[in-house]
Design a protein around this ligand. Structure first.
Ligand SMILES: *Cc1c(COP(=O)(O)O)cnc(C)c1O
Length: 468
């Protein structure tokens, strides 16, 4: 038997952490932090939905010279809470209606804490077979939840942007290995799609943008005509829930155009795809399971804290072929048959174990409760539309409630008036929402996917918008 390695001078190993915090202090601070988090969660509706301060004021609270000596832990935590955490958007606030909210569940927060506390790395099978399996199972459950066929590759990443980049890299390597083809997309795709294509080396001339139809959807007949006339098209990008209006492109029609020609159909469902879990929305998402790749963002409408995005790829081995590395210093971590090394399926090598929180959420709550929470967001958008229609003197609906988004305009309102309304409500702290632009027209937009939102929250917010 080897004698135990003696602790470094001045650093007892028993019950201490790497920088010498004693066990009792670790426990005390951990409980304090847990209480701070739960205290905030139960009072989240009382705080401003969004809050910012000037760079100078924030620096004043958090800055100063490099600390050379230990400081009081409680005071440091208090400073961080009051000086940093108070100044942000609270995507889980019941009146946070801007962009896409992030109403994280506590189950998922617990999963995140465990992964961080155990310092998990989900890269190689040898170094993280347990966390890899939790991620594989979470991906299987998510496939089943969305009604996708089992099998194929999947990987979690930081969010929709990296998930889209991951999918499009696999698409290019599979159907456009020379990188000389072109990509077809609509004028409503998320900005992360053209950015990913630029990063992958596609020049603007080979990113073909088609105008959407009256419902802001990619028209299948225009896609059919374009791919028939332009044999350089290799990839078609569709949206399953645009960020602007929630529109879902005609996925089944697009799949029927792409499949016989060997074109890769990528579907960006970062915001909306989770709604495919609802039987009453099935028709809207018909064809989703035929996508060659699909992205969804569990940190939006699947009640996960930031960050977690997800890529599914159906063509066998496409992710592994695109991302596998086998350098000499990773040889002893190589996966055998049946083992998955996620470091070879996407652009990150060292990566967080994002599957833990998703696994824990499904396991603790079950799909039925999660579906009900998603359904609530859709009902709330309809309710918001009703309230807005009830005040037709002041509001006009621009796009009716679709998934959990409704867009509208102030009668006689222009971009400046709309932006002023957002600024005013956000500054008051009562609620926050956002503007966007549809075919050059400025609109107001509510995204209502927090199941804690009440009809009173909607009414109060809409009344305050009208009062401007
Ligand atoms: C939010 C969103 C993205 C980007 O996702 P991030 O998690 O912010 O990187 C991509 N596509 C759509 C449709 C989105 O709504």
């Amino acid at each position: 038997m080897q004698p135990p390695v003696p602790p470094a001078p001045g650093m007892p190993r028993d019950g201490a952490d790497t920088l010498g915090l004693p066990e009792a202090e670790m426990r005390r601070l951990a409980h304090r932090v847990a209480d701070l988090v739960v205290d905030r969660l139960v009072r989240r509706g009382d705080e401003p939905a969004i809050r910012a301060d000037s760079p100078a004021a924030l620096r004043e609270r958090l800055g100063g010279p490099l600390p050379e000596h230990p400081g009081d832990a409680d005071a440091a935590i208090d400073t961080l809470v009051a000086g940093a955490l108070a100044f942000q958007q609270h995507g889980d606030h019941p009146r946070y209606f801007a962009r896409v909210p992030g109403p994280s569940s506590f189950a998922a927060i617990l999963g995140e804490w465990l992964g961080t506390g155990f310092n998990c790395i989900a890269t190689s099978w040898a170094g993280g077979s347990g966390t890899a399996t939790a991620e594989l199972v979470a991906l299987d459950w998510l496939r089943a939840f969305l009604g996708l066929a089992p099998g194929g590759e999947g990987i979690l990443s930081s969010g929709g942007s990296i998930a889209n980049l991951t999918a499009l890299a696999a698409a290019r390597d599979t159907v456009d290995p020379g990188g000389e083809g072109s990509v077809l997309l609509s004028d409503q795709v998320h900005a992360s799609i053209p950015r990913a294509l630029r990063l992958l080396g596609y020049p603007a001339a080979r990113i073909r943008i088609l105008p959407t139809d009256g419902a802001l959807r990619l028209p299948a007949d225009a896609v059919a005509a374009t791919v028939a006339a332009d044999p350089s098209v290799r990839i078609v990008v569709a949206s399953a829930g645009t960020t602007n209006t929630g529109a879902v492109d005609p996925l089944a029609d697009l799949a029927a155009i792409c499949a016989p020609r060997g074109l890769w159909l990528h579907v960006d469902g970062a915001y909306g795809a989770v709604a495919a879990s609802l039987p009453e929305e099935a028709e809207r998402f018909r064809g989703l399971s035929s996508a060659d790749s699909l992205v969804t963002d569990p940190h939006k409408w699947l009640f996960q804290p930031y960050d977690v995005g997800c890529t599914f790829v159906r063509r066998p081995g496409a992710l592994l072929r695109t991302f596998a590395m086998a350098p000499e210093y990773l040889k002893d971590t190589a996966a055998a048959a049946g083992e998955t090394g996620f470091g070879n399926l996407g652009p990150e090598l060292t990566r967080r174990a994002r599957g833990l929180k998703l696994w824990l959420t499904f396991r603790m709550h079950g799909a039925e409760a999660i579906r009900a929470a998603i359904r609530r967001g859709i009902d709330l958008a309809r309710e918001a539309e009703e309230i807005l229609r009830g005040d037709a003197r002041r509001f006009e609906i621009v796009t009716p409630a679709t998934l959990a988004i409704v867009t509208f305009a102030l009668r006689g309102g222009d971009a400046a008036g709309h932006e002023a309304a957002v600024k005013r409500l956000s500054a008051e702290g009562f609620a926050t929402f956002s503007t966007t632009s549809l075919r050059g027209r400025s609109v107001l937009r509510l995204c209502t996917l927090n199941p804690l939102t009440t009809p009173d929250d909607l009414r109060g917010t809409i009344e305050r918008i009208a009062a401007g």
